[in-house]
Design a protein around this ligand. Structure first.
Ligand code: AKB
Length: 339
């Protein structure tokens, strides 16, 4: 019999590393964890899971995997982020759309073969929104999932299409009769900008927040690439990881939707800097807006309406801004750079 396994793609990225750590410590079914990325995992993590250095576009790799393992859950995290994707739109489309399609097809085939849906967890992003103008942004601070879906970045377009493909595979692929089991069980959260104490992001546009903080902890001056008043939603990494685990574990019948906004707190760049300066009073932060990255941040909402996630599966972030800085980010970042 094939061994039960959880597959995590993009495992060497920021969310990936935190999720690997979390699931290696505790996953309800004690399933085998297979992580995959183009890059190796840090050695302390690699020893906890079965890590494969490989490309999500490599079909033969997946054929081998499913011949050995019964994949019950897929956390598909691999993606090029918003700033990076603007520089390489073809590659972004290939990875973000082609990779998602490849994984969805694999999940659908496995679900059909086993006659039991594979749980497919897909992190989407605040980048799926596009507010059009700063006036719209100010007047509509908490869009619902289906509102303002007009992304202006390749990454945002890719994420929105990934969501649509997930819903298609789950609900419509092969035009199932009503009594047939679903092809796969697609569950998606839209993340705000994420902030980790242990990793520094790269290639994203919300990166100015974490970059500012990590720079201050290392006594380095920081030029923020957006203006003081730029506002978007954020979340501390432990909450992001818990949300993925939590939505995966929620009984299907409780989920009234397949796509959920989730968020924790919203800050302007200036408010973010004030939190940083409260803990690192010598932090040198100045503002040198980059016109292209500023445009991206201006297109994202100030906040997101996550009422549905709170109602359907009990989403409730542990960290508001105050607590995120004082209890998670600052103590761990201090330790990290003291070393
Ligand atoms: C990015 O900035 O591209 C990401 C995101 C908000 O999805 N951090």
């Amino acid at each position: 019999m094939r061994r039960k396994a959880i597959l995590i793609t993009g495992a060497a990225g920021e969310v990936g590393q935190a999720l690997v750590e979390r699931l290696a410590e505790n996953n309800a079914d004690d399933a085998h964890i297979i992580s995959m990325d183009l890059n190796p995992l840090p050695p302390t993590l690699a020893m906890k899971v079965h890590h494969i250095v490989g490309d999500i576009l490599d079909q033969t790799l997946f054929e081998r995997l499913v011949s050995e393992y019964d994949i019950t859950h897929i956390y598909h995290l691999a993606a090029l982020l918003s700033t990076r994707a603007e520089y390489s739109p073809m590659l972004a489309h290939k990875v973000n759309v082609g990779g998602t399609m490849q994984l969805l097809q694999l999940a659908a085939d496995q679900s059909e073969w086993k006659r039991k849906p594979v749980v497919f967890v897909f992190p989407s992003s605040v980048a799926a929104f596009g507010m059009g103008t700063l006036e719209n942004k100010a007047q509509n601070p908490r869009p619902q999932e289906w509102e303002w879906n007009n992304p202006i970045t390749m990454y945002g377009c890719n994420k929105l299409y990934g969501e649509t493909l997930g819903v298609y595979y789950a609900n419509h692929y092969k035009q199932l009769a009503e009594d047939e089991p679903a092809m796969l069980d697609f569950r998606c959260v839209r993340f705000p900008g994420l902030i980790s104490a242990f990793t520094v992001p790269s290639g994203g546009t919300s990166d100015y927040g974490p970059e500012m903080l990590h720079a201050a902890a290392q006594n380095k001056a920081y030029d923020c690439f957006v203006r003081e008043s730029a506002a978007i939603p954020f979340m501390a990494m432990p909450d992001a990881v818990e949300s993925l685990v939590q939505i995966a574990a929620t009984p299907r019948e409780n989920l009234k939707h397949q796509i959920y906004n989730i968020t924790a707190f919203s800050l302007t760049a200036e408010e973010f800097a004030a939190h940083v300066q409260k803990h690192f009073p010598n932090a040198q932060i100045s503002y040198k807006p980059d016109i292209n990255r500023q445009r991206i941040i201006d297109s994202w909402p100030i906040d997101m309406n996550d009422d549905a996630a709170r109602r359907d599966w009990g989403w409730n972030p542990k960290y508001d801004a105050e607590k995120a800085f004082s209890e998670y980010l600052v103590p761990n970042i201090r330790k990290r750079y003291e070393k």
